[in-house]
Design a protein around this ligand. Structure first.
Ligand SMILES: Cc1ncc(COP(=O)(O)O)c(C=O)c1O
Length: 401
């Protein structure tokens, strides 16, 4: 009898974490590797947020548990954030604070999925969505998109994927891994389909809301139609917007019955998220917000730099996405070519392996996100490193025969 649970054999480890770990290990061993695999901003947590954490420790907050679903001040700050930025009104009983957005998403799935329930996930998708659905005992249903449509799901494709077993759609805009963000009209086309299928609930992953460029205006699905509000779980967090990935605070607003179910699960697993990080998150959400815009301007310049350099490569095509800090170049034109060491590039995994070994640049292969041949490049690093990394990729691709 196998000792490990069967459910574990249904999932694979996170490819993005694997690449980040590999790049870190190579760097630690003295190799000059540029890591473009990580999904986190390279900027530091704002000072007022750090100060709030230090004060929380001094005030004895670290030595006590908090309410399982989060401290009242943070729930109030989250409610104000949803009202101010998304026009969404949630009472405290409709808000949950968790250990990262990742835990909210996972708990919501575990709290609602029965065996055989289907969850629609537009592809390319964040690596964790299908695995979380599988862990919860459900069936992920990928809806493919194309580079020509800017990696955005067509309403017809969504309509076709919905069955009586569909419980959720996980909707992520701006997207990890492509950076694609839906305009109001594009989002409306999607929500119009969902209005015709009242059994389908929406998990709106708005994690990259504040990372949008060229005057793009962000909309969250529940904002678009009052009928969707009751069946949407609006998920967000402090990680990407406030450069707080290590602090582990995520949150969501949704129907009270759903929030209660998520909270019940949290009460018997991890309990409250870190009390110090919760105090810090109050400062993040209620403190000065101007830096969000300044930082987006920096990211926009980096996006333009990377897109332009990657598009100079023969056989590679890199769309210019609206948001997040990723680009997703496709390179069908390089498949079947041979490296200087005589290895054939047959898959996108071969390609990122070649780039890591020969160009010393770490990226994540597209197969992990459900769209090949492509790779995800994170541009959340300095202009100097990005320029150097793109030059190395250009040289490595030019050396393919
Ligand atoms: C699309 C998306 N959703 C959710 C998360 C989870 O973020 P966290 O758990 O740090 O809040 C991430 C992190 O990479 C992400 O890329």
């Amino acid at each position: 009898m196998a000792f490990l649970a069967d459910r574990l054999s249904r999932i694979k480890p996170s490819a993005t974490i694997a690449v980040t770990d590999k790049a870190r290990a190579l760097k630690a061993a003295g190799r000059d590797v540029i890591g473009l695999g990580a999904g986190e901003p390279d900027f530091d947590t704002p000072e007022n947020v750090k100060e709030a954490a230090v004060k929380a420790i001094r005030d004895g907050k670290a030595s006590k548990y908090t309410a399982v679903d989060g401290i009242a001040e943070l729930k109030a700050a989250v409610a104000r954030k949803f009202e101010r930025e998304n026009g969404l009104s949630y009472k405290p009983s409709q808000i949950i604070i968790s250990t990262g957005g990742k835990q909210v998403l996972y708990n919501a799935l575990v709290a609602t999925i029965n065996p055989g329930d289907e969850v629609i996930i537009p592809a390319p998708y964040w690596v964790s969505y299908p695995e979380m659905v599988l862990l919860a005992g459900g069936e992920p249903v990928a809806v493919p998109t194309t580079m020509e449509s800017g990696f955005k799901m067509k309403p017809e494709a969504l309509e076709k994927a919905i069955t009586p077993k569909t419980k959720w759609i996980i909707f992520n805009s701006p997207s990890n891994p492509t950076g694609a963000a839906y305009t109001r009209a594009e989002l409306k086309a999607v929500t119009d389909v969902l209005l015709r299928h009242p059994q389908v609930h929406v998990m709106a992953d708005d994690m990259y809301e504040h990372l949008v460029y060229d005057d793009f205006t962000f909309y969250s699905p529940a904002q678009l139609d009052p009928q969707l509000y009751g069946r949407t779980l609006t998920v967000n967090g402090c990680s990407k917007a406030y450069c707080m990935t290590g602090w582990r605070i995520g949150f969501a607003g949704g129907a009270s019955w759903l929030i209660k179910a998520i909270s019940k699960l949290q009460s018997q697993s991890t309990s409250n998220p870190c009390s110090i990080a919760q105090a810090a998150s109050v400062a993040a959400l209620t403190g000065p917000q101007d830096f969000l815009r300044e930082r987006s301007a920096r990211f926009q310049e980096r996006r333009d730099l990377v897109v332009s350099m990657l598009n100079q490569i023969n056989g590679m095509s890199c769309p210019r996405p609206e948001g997040a800090f990723y680009v997703y170049p496709e390179f069908a034109g390089l498949m079947g070519k041979t490296t200087p060491k005589g290895k054939t590039i047959a898959t996108d995994e071969d390609m990122v392996g070649y780039l890591l070994d020969d160009a010393r640049v770490a990226a994540v292969h597209g197969a992990a996100f459900g769209f090949s041949p492509a790779m995800r490049i994170s541009y959340a690093t300095s202009d100097e490193l990005l320029t150097e990394a793109c030059q190395r990729i250009q040289t490595a691709c030019a050396a393919l025969r």
